[in-house]
Design a protein around this ligand. Structure first.
Ligand SMILES: [Zn+2]
Ligand SMILES: [Zn+2]
Length: 380
């Protein structure tokens, strides 16, 4: 059992357990909180901050986080099962979703993760993997024909800028070899996560049916994606079907797991990806250990709440890191926002750049918790 710092009632037992801890397994990279945890902590817009919980136990009072040096927020301070030093769940990279099930080892003690097997850099394999539509003539994906479209659109959007900030289509890298490299990096990440590529929400038997995704059921209402923005999202989908992916690279390192970085400069308000995966009822997943569950619909009736689970099917969005939105430091890193929209009466989660992102920068989005469900900057 991974240990939390404060519980003095459980710590003696846990201490005993530590000595009997089995040999360390390679850690599973975890990014986000469990949905149950998110729901428990979230509060409506404008609600007063929760009253700070008093420190109840003294057992681990002296424990400090090895990363930030603070002993605060001890309910989120994990203790390494080997060296006994502490780390906040939110100071880990990736952030730990919750107290891990089974023993937990800090980054210094954890065995190196298994090497990642790279996806072959072969165009035919990549075309098949992403089910890219082939040109009629030569059987290779269409070149950047849509780039013209993108430029035209961008000009027009500048005119509209004063009225309302519109979502911009991503600009694919012109160099096809570079695009192949970007796609191979995503294929590598998906393959080693045993995730099938899918660029849209999926509805599987025995999970929530498509008819359950009704944006009008959102408690408090959901903003409708404006027509122009909807066209932009459709343009991006079409581009991707032709192998014109957003200029992003999925990179792996043994401490952080898979992360996503910009492979070109990306402008503020650029569409990055839709958060996709299997749609399921939150109550089916409340205790799920999946590290990348995302809120889709927050209904007044808890049994009708929906989440997106990209553990079996998904796209690049599941590899983008979520920040801890409760600290100023986390907020500073954020360069992508996660917004839910009513599109054709269904809820969708879009990831959009919230500032200019430089080539090489890592992408971080604000976790789509309840407190950020209703951004108002889009409203007139
Ligand atoms: Zn810390
Ligand atoms: Zn350790």
């Amino acid at each position: 059992m991974g240990r939390r710092a404060p519980s003095s009632t459980s710590s003696p037992e846990l201490r005993r357990k530590r000595t009997a801890a089995p040999a360390p397994e390679p850690p599973t990279p975890r990014r986000f909180r469990s949905m149950a945890d998110v729901m428990r902590r979230s509060r409506p817009v404008g609600a007063p901050p929760p009253v700070a919980r008093a420190r109840e136990e003294a057992a681990y009072d002296a424990l400090l986080c090895d990363t930030c040096g603070s002993g605060d927020r001890d309910d989120e301070l994990l203790i390494c099962d080997r060296c006994d030093r502490g780390r906040h769940t939110f100071c880990l990279r990736p952030i730990a979703a919750k107290v891990p099930i089974g023993p937990w080892f800090c980054p210094d003690c954890a065995p190196p993760a298994k090497p990642v097997k790279g996806f072959p850099m072969k165009q035919t394999k990549i075309v098949d993997f992403f089910r890219i539509q082939k040109d009629d003539q030569d059987g290779v994906p269409a070149k950047c024909r849509l780039s013209q479209d993108v430029r035209r659109r961008r000009k027009r959007s500048l005119v509209m800028h004063k009225k309302r900030r519109r979502i911009l289509p991503f600009v694919p890298t012109e160099d096809r070899a570079r695009r192949l490299k970007q796609m191979a990096s995503l294929a590598t990440a998906l393959t080693s996560s045993k995730t099938e590529f899918s660029n849209e929400l999926t509805y599987m038997p025995n999970m929530a049916p498509r008819s359950s995704n009704q944006a009008r059921l959102e408690d408090g209402g959901m903003q409708v994606l404006p027509k122009e923005d909807k066209e932009t999202i459709e343009l991006c989908r079409t581009m991707q079907q032709r192998g014109e992916c957003p200029p992003l690279l999925v990179v792996f390192d043994s401490h952080e797991g898979f992360t996503v970085q910009a492979d070109a400069d990306i402008k503020d308000m650029t569409f990055i990806a839709e958060y996709v995966g299997d749609v399921d009822y939150l109550e089916n997943r409340a205790n799920d250990d999946c590290d990348c569950i995302m809120t889709l619909l927050l209904t007044a009736d808890p049994s009708q709440r929906l989440v997106i689970c990209p553990d079996k099917r998904g796209n690049i969005s599941r590899f983008i890191s979520g920040i801890n939105n409760h600290t100023p430091d986390g907020k500073k890193k954020q360069n992508v926002k996660c917004v839910r929209y009513d599109i054709d009466a269904e809820s969708h989660v879009l990831l959009v750049a919230c500032r200019d992102i430089a080539c090489g920068e890592k992408l971080y989005y604000d976790y789509n918790g309840y407190e950020h469900a209703y951004p108002t900057h889009h409203f007139l």
